[in-house]
Design a protein around this ligand. Structure first.
Ligand code: S3P
Length: 445
């Protein structure tokens, strides 16, 4: 647990309108995949635009301990010399993923297909998150896990010498679970199949294709996918360009919507259709967001977004949309607090097992600041103020970067300042957040 002396409390206050252009850092999901897949190629992979946040850097350290050579060669530019599929070396010490669920779970998959034993660990937040869901398919493929009965870190994984390809239907919509299985499947002979009931972010599939693996993605009924990977490819090193993270862009974007008079431009934001559920929802709420210069960069759709403040109205967000905006609910709930009428967000069960119990933490952050919010089963209902929420609260962030940033956005538009107990974890996904927001005119101290 973070000791109180190393905490960095922050206060966000109402100020003038937000204005200016900004480019948020690289996508966390793609950055982590670039490192892991780069480590599994033979030769040198060059990555530009890599997110240099805590989660990514912790994953890089773990991969280096597994034998990859990873070097920073410029601002956001990194070189990875991989060991080839199945080629990881046994690490001398436990791998510490810090706060990163994605880094930990995807590396579990990659290690499961190597004949080595490794111990996985993380900070107090990661130690509280479920790992058994990932171990289930990996154990079916022949890996063996030594893990406590509650399926939490630390755990030791013995990879399979001869991994078995499986057909896996994830019990929850999770790109981490899908990706871990596919990464283990890289070492297995024949076809590993993942059948998703609901499509989740497809960055692993896209990057595997980019690096020369044979992978087939077929649509199934009700927006599902059947993904078939042919194992034991030799991945070819090819350059990877990381686009800006839409989950990070979400914070300045909502801030500009709720601070009166604001007009900002977010440049080069990734528009992957499986990541933009927040935009769909904000359009339904009546937000003024103009998509400009839509283009393709490094295999992903990107666009510049001009965002202007205006009136929002409450909407109902269907459960089927959750995979495409799973990390955006805390900040959507903040937008909903400014809207006219209620916003009902359905089917948020998975929020309970994020960096914190985000369903509880989001409701608490709103209530602490005078906003009426209810949790009804797996749904969150926010009663909008149709103007400025009261604010004035102290928000407990629970080692969760997105709760911290959502609370700050609330404070920028509410009547009274909003304080958070600790801003340190913001750097796991969005280093430079405070300075970028100040450049737009935000009052953060
Ligand atoms: C991620 C998948 C999501 C998301 C996380 C990043 C990924 O988690 O919440 O921030 O990069 O695959 P789940 O797969 O557990 O839903």
């Amino acid at each position: 647990m973070q000791s109180p002396s190393t905490r960095v409390p922050l206060t966000a206050r109402r100020n003038g309108p937000l204005a200016g252009r900004l480019r948020v850092p690289g996508d966390k999901s793609i950055s982590i995949r670039a490192l892991i897949l780069g480590a599994l190629t033979v030769g040198e992979t060059r990555v530009c635009g890599l997110l240099e946040g805590g989660d990514v850097l912790n994953t890089a350290k773990a991969l280096a301990a597994l034998g990859a050579r990873i070097e920073k060669i410029g601002n956001g530019a990194w070189s990875i010399r991989g060991v080839g599929v199945g080629g990881f070396a046994e690490p001398a010490d436990a791998l510490d993923f810090g706060n990163s669920g994605t880094g930990c779970r995807l590396t579990l998959g990659a290690v499961a297909g190597c004949p080595i034993t490794a111990t996985f660990d993380g900070d107090a937040s990661l130690r509280s998150r479920p790992m058994q869901r990932v171990l289930d398919p990996l154990e079916r493929m022949g890996a063996r896990a030594l893990v406590s009965a509650d399926g939490r870190l630390p755990l030791t994984l013995k990879g399979a010498r001869d991994p078995i390809p499986i057909i896996f239907e994830p019990p929850v919509p999770s790109a981490q679970l899908k990706s871990a299985t596919l990464l283990a499947g890289l070492s297995a002979p024949g076809e590993t199949v993942v059948i998703e009931a609901e499509a989740t972010r497809d960055h692993t599939e896209k990057m595997l294709t980019h690096l020369g693996a044979q992978i087939r993605v077929e649509p199934t009924a009700n927006n599902g996918r059947r993904i078939t990977l042919t194992g034991q490819p030799e991945l070819e090193p090819r350059p990877i360009a990381v686009p800006s993270d839409p989950s990070s862009a979400a914070f300045p974007l909502v801030a500009a919507l709720v601070v009166p008079g604001s007009d900002i431009m977010l440049t080069g934001v990734m528009m992957n259709p499986l990541r933009i559920g927040l935009l769909t929802t904000l359009y339904e709420m009546g937000a003024s967001i103009e998509k400009l210069d839509a283009r393709n960069e490094g295999g992903e759709d990107v666009a510049d977004l001009r965002v202007r403040a205006g009136t929002l109205r409450g909407v109902e967000v269907p459960a089927e949309r959750a995979p495409a905006m799973i990390d955006e609910y805390p900040v959507l709930a903040v937008a909903a607090a400014f809207a006219e009428g209620s916003t009902k967000m359905r089917g948020l069960k998975e929020l309970r097992v994020k960096e914190s119990d985000r369903l509880a933490a989001t409701a608490a952050l709103l209530r602490e600041n005078g906003i009426v919010a209810e949790i009804d089963g797996d749904d969150l209902i926010v009663h909008g103020t149709g103007g400025r929420p009261r604010g004035g609260g102290l928000v407990r962030t629970h080692m969760d970067h997105r709760i911290a940033m959502a609370a700050i956005v609330l404070g920028l538009g509410s009547e009274r300042p909003v304080r958070i107990d600790d801003g340190t974890f913001i750097a796991t996904s969005f280093p430079g957040f405070v300075d970028l927001m100040r450049d737009l005119g935000a009052d953060l101290s």
